[in-house]
Design a protein. Structure first.
Length: 440
């Protein structure tokens, strides 16, 4: 049996928390929430499997915050839902929504947890589809207004805030690969979104700064690129994958430029005069969030549009998402941030975790030993980084609850807590008790 005794070796100042996102848990049928692009996408592409109910966190949030406290954690990462706060347009506020986040933040603070809100975790109000969502710079401006609103409304209730969750998913996964809302498969849409979502981040930073002295960050997801073998064409393909998936976003944020390798294939699709925005995109940040799950095996594969690679299935142990366990990638990217971009910036692992085929046993318990192994392996890498003097300051397990896992609906269970979606009953898994054993 695996265990998490490694937790005893972490410095007492290290932050442990768990992460969720609004659309995945709240349930948008409650409290006057408006529709997002995910409702639309679910209806068209996912047989209507959507976040209408999700975990009904809207009504169960007090129990959920208690569960976080029971883990021995000291922080909670969640996201604000734009369609909940502004269901119809950017001027008419839904007071139920305003009240919900006030009660949520009050509860978090009452339990002595540090709130780590995110402004955008993918639930773009569906009304923006009419103007092509993030492909239109107007959406970026509206996002800045939304950011300003949040900071004015709740700014004295949190210190740290993240603008955008995983710009690669917002752009490439959703507009080139078509796997997430709005489900486009078009290189031009993808590249304009790769730029505009970063511009939205930059404008959001400006809006937040005019209002309050927040500590502002962004959350990037990095995926390790493993070339299939040492053949030059595969080595180059892996470099291109890394450049598009990872460096595009971190180079823009930290260095105010896009990597040459990506520009070679993507520059023609960028909005005109894109470089005028890079100064806005690269405003200094006070912390950086890193989401890390797995690696990809990359092989050269010629394609008409110049995206000359494809990803292959690897041979390492896999999670229920079919993602390989590759903990070494986590320390690799922490090191990369410190060595290549900024050696002082506080780094928070804002997501890490695994889907497991969890089932209730005869005692109505969940023994998720594989998940404990997964956490243990990744925590080991983090401890190594701390000992090397890298600036990693916190770790958020994805996720508190089994929830709506986007295109996979409710079939992939990532939670420390099992959710029975028929009645919203929460049942802590063994991994939950492993954390609390060492942290309380
Ligand atoms: C990340 C997302 C998060 C969750 C995990 C499994 O890419 O940020 O919402 O779906 O993957």
């Amino acid at each position: 049996m695996n265990n998490l005794s490694i937790l005893k070796n972490f410095p007492s100042s290290f932050i442990f928390g768990t992460a969720t996102s609004s659309y995945q848990i709240e349930g948008n049928k409650y409290g006057g929430c408006g529709k997002s692009i995910w409702d639309d996408f679910a209806r068209k592409k996912l047989n209507g499997i959507d976040g209408l109910n999700a975990c009904n966190h809207y009504e169960y949030f007090e129990e959920d915050i208690k569960l976080i406290k029971g883990l021995g954690f000291n922080a909670y990462r969640f996201s604000f839902s734009w369609p909940r706060l502004f269901p119809e347009n950017n001027n008419d506020i839904n007071m139920d929504g305003v009240d919900f986040y006030k009660r949520l933040l009050d509860k978090i603070l009452e339990k002595d947890l540090e709130p780590f809100p995110t402004l955008y975790h993918w639930d773009l109000p569906v009304r923006f589809s009419k103007i092509e969502g993030w492909e239109n710079k107007d959406t970026c401006k509206r996002f800045a207004e939304f950011s300003y609103f949040i900071s004015q409304q709740y700014g004295d209730l949190f210190k740290k805030i993240a603008t955008v969750n995983e710009p690669w998913c917002v752009s490439w996964l959703s507009h080139y690969l078509g796997e997430h809302a709005p489900g486009k498969q078009n290189l031009k849409s993808a590249v304009s979104t790769m730029h505009n979502i970063l511009l939205a981040h930059g404008l959001s930073v400006e809006a937040l700064k005019t209002n309050n002295s927040h500590e502002i960050g962004i959350v990037l997801n990095n995926q390790y690129a493993e070339p299939l073998d040492q053949k030059e064409e595969n080595l180059n393909a892996a470099k291109l994958f890394d450049s598009i998936h990872n460096r595009w976003f971190s180079d823009a944020i930290f260095k105010g430029k896009y990597p040459e390798l990506s520009l070679g294939v993507l520059e023609d699709y960028l909005p005109k005069n894109y470089d005028n925005d890079l100064r806005t995109i690269s405003h200094p940040l006070q912390w950086i969030g890193l989401n890390y799950y797995t690696r990809s095996i990359i092989k050269y594969h010629e394609s008409e549009d110049g995206i000359n690679y494809k990803t292959l299935r690897g041979f390492l142990k896999k999670t229920d998402m079919d993602w390989e366990y590759f903990p070494e990638g986590l320390s690799y990217f922490i090191k990369r941030i410190n060595k290549e971009y900024d050696d002082k910036i506080p780094i928070f692992i804002t997501e890490n975790g695994m889907a497991n085929d969890d089932k209730l046993n005869s005692k109505k318990e969940v023994d998720d030993d594989d998940r404990i192994e997964f956490f243990n392996l990744h925590l080991k890498e983090i401890l190594k980084c701390i000992r090397e003097g890298l600036t990693v300051k916190g770790y958020f397990a994805w996720s508190l609850l089994d929830n709506y896992e986007w295109a996979f609906g409710y079939t992939k269970r990532f939670g420390l807590v099992y959710v029975d979606f028929d009645n919203f009953k929460r049942i802590p898994k063994r991994s939950y008790y492993e954390f609390s054993k060492y942290l309380i």
